[in-house]
Design a protein. Structure first.
Length: 74
């Protein structure tokens, strides 16, 4: 797995790349199911969310626009 964080005055970008294959996000989450909520929750709280297949696996990219230019990237 490879994890890359990029932060500038305008956005925080997180890219996760691994060797796994991803099918699709479930349309409906069954309240009795034990999984399937993580990516849907993440997608609701970021401004841009993408899942793309690569030659070696899957790349997930999350982008959050920063509300305050004075916030430090830590």
């Amino acid at each position: 797995m490879r994890l890359v964080f990029l932060c500038d005055n305008y956005r925080l970008s997180i890219t996760i790349t691994d060797e796994g294959a991803f099918g699709h996000l479930p349309r409906n989450i069954n309240s009795g199911s034990e999984g399937g909520r993580g990516l849907k929750l993440i997608a609701r709280y970021v401004d841009t969310f993408s899942i793309k297949p690569t030659a070696f696996g899957t790349r997930v990219t999350l982008v959050k626009i920063r509300d305050n230019d004075n916030e430090a990237c830590a």
